[in-house]
Design a protein around this ligand. Structure first.
Ligand code: F0G
Length: 463
């Protein structure tokens, strides 16, 4: 008998209270934060789905491992354990620890990318894009066309457009220093990349002599989707699938704050000896010695255990199922989502839900504010605030206006998920009252983190 109820495959040993606020308190908090959810105090949030990055709960094994952390400056035992685990999963020769993903991206871009280069990716995450552009190169997103159609169901919507990739490689010989595949494709809806697509992209890159890197933050979730959806993988373990995925690449960047199941950490891994040496030199300059890379010995221990726990089948089954369950409830209620639901998050299609708000009034930003005001839920906009400003300062609306509800790992339970469904359904019912916003002040890069906003008519919700 297969029982239907989704249960968390763990029991809870430590609890942290979350605080209810009144609608008036949330209204006040929003105003004080300049209508920017990044600027709220976390204790004013009831359910925090801003990100799944660094927000997970560690296991008792990880906490126990932390006590074994070796804090030696050089050659710490904890580093060798970390290196062995990452090498076992990825197969790469050089494993460079970093404090988080963007540090690995910055080092990689500084070493491999030059001004005027083009870096193709299925879709760059915001920090990846910013790091590519920071060295004067162009970050080119070439996902398959289905990726831009929220309602279209496709098992591997994270795939890169192979014809477009071939074209870029053929017409820019010498100008493409590397190709990146983001697994899963976060900015495109947390959608997986198939093994077939990875393999074909790898083949194309090799035939043009261009290295392929994985942005591998959510490699375990991607492996699970391959197991569920791609013919020939049902009987393989997530570990075997992950190993095969990395095997098609020449290197990877990793934010271990995701599928490392820890609160901080990352790595850059690669096979090329000369590039690896340059990366390590740069690491020493800004992050730390190559056997700690800005992390404590106890972080390296927590990560060595976390990478393996992220590949546990019971955990992956529960995680992906729980997100899909919320997706099903919202879809039944008529809420437009990126379909099918992604691995770590639900992405609401704000353009479809709020057609009365033009893109220059940032519908997804407005929707994320309404979710907080009505239900104390914090989400994140992935739309024209995040991506609408080009490096030359011009405005160009993003392809999609999404609100992402990202699930911290092992933190919330199914009753939290039911509450979320209620809040979203309520906000959907009052959607016609939600007003757009405009920007009051914004920095030039990564503006979503610190810009301030105002509802167009003064109030977020029309009476
Ligand atoms: N690449 C992807 C696909 C990411 O999702 C992130 C982070 C990074 C790189 C950068 O890693 O934060 O450790 O420096 N994503 C988080 C998010 C912040 O909310 O999706 P980092």
């Amino acid at each position: 008998m297969a029982f239907k109820t989704i249960i968390e495959p763990f029991r809870i040993k430590v609890v942290e209270p979350i605080r209810r606020t009144t609608r008036e308190e949330r209204d006040q908090a929003l105003r004080e934060a300049g209508f920017n959810l990044f600027l709220l105090r976390a204790e004013d949030v009831l359910i925090d789905l801003l990100t799944d990055s660094g927000t997970g709960a560690m296991s008792s094994e990880q906490w126990a491992g932390m006590m074994r952390g070796d804090e030696s400056y050089a050659g710490a035992r904890s580093f060798y354990r970390f290196e062995e685990t990452v090498r076992e999963i990825t197969g790469f020769k050089h494993i460079v620890p970093t404090h988080q993903g963007r540090a690995a991206e910055r080092i990689l871009c500084s070493v491999m990318v030059n001004q005027g280069d083009i870096v193709p990716n299925n879709t760059h995450f915001d920090t990846t894009r910013a790091n590519v552009e920071n060295v004067g190169a162009t970050a080119l997103d070439i996902p398959i066309p289905e990726a831009g159609q929220p309602a279209t169901i496709h098992p591997f919507k994270g795939n890169i457009d192979l014809a477009a990739l071939e074209h870029v490689l053929a017409t820019n010989a010498g100008g493409v220093p590397l190709v990146i595949l983001t697994v899963t494709n976060n900015s495109g809806g947390g959608q997986p990349v198939s093994m077939a697509n990875l393999k074909a992209a790898s083949h194309l890159c090799r035939s043009h002599g261009v290295p392929l890197f994985l942005d591998s933050c959510r490699f375990a979730e991607n492996s699970w989707f391959i197991k569920l959806r791609e013919p020939g993988f049902a009987d393989k373990t997530p570990f075997e699938i992950a190993r095969e995925m990395f095997g098609y690449a020449d290197g990877a960047t990793m934010s271990a704050k995701k599928d490392g199941m820890a609160n901080i950490g990352g790595f850059l891994a690669l096979n090329d000896d000369a590039f690896a040496q340059k990366c390590k030199n740069l690491l020493i300059l800004t992050e730390g010695f190559p056997t700690y890379g800005g992390l404590a010995g106890y972080d390296l221990e927590a990560l060595s255990i976390g990478f393996k726990e992220a590949l546990d089948e019971d955990y992956l089954r529960y995680r992906i199922r729980s997100v899909a369950y919320l997706g099903e409830r919202l879809t039944e209620a008529g809420i437009p989502l990126v379909q099918p639901p992604g691995g770590h998050a639900i992405y609401v299609d704000a353009k479809a839900m709020l057609p009365h708000i033009p893109q220059h009034q940032y519908p997804a930003w407005a929707l994320s504010l309404a979710l907080y005001l009505e239900g104390g839920v914090r989400s994140v906009e992935i739309g024209s605030v995040m991506f609408g400003r080009k490096p030359d300062g011009s405005e160009q609306p993003a392809a999609m206006e999404l609100v992402r509800l990202a699930f911290p790992r092992r933190v919330y339970t199914q009753s939290h998920v039911d509450y979320l469904a209620e809040v979203l359904i309520h906000v959907h019912q009052i959607r016609d009252r939600i007003c757009g916003v405009h920007i009051k002040e914004a920095p030039e890069v990564l503006r979503h983190f610190s810009a301030s906003f105002e509802p167009v008519g003064g109030d977020l919700l029309a009476p």
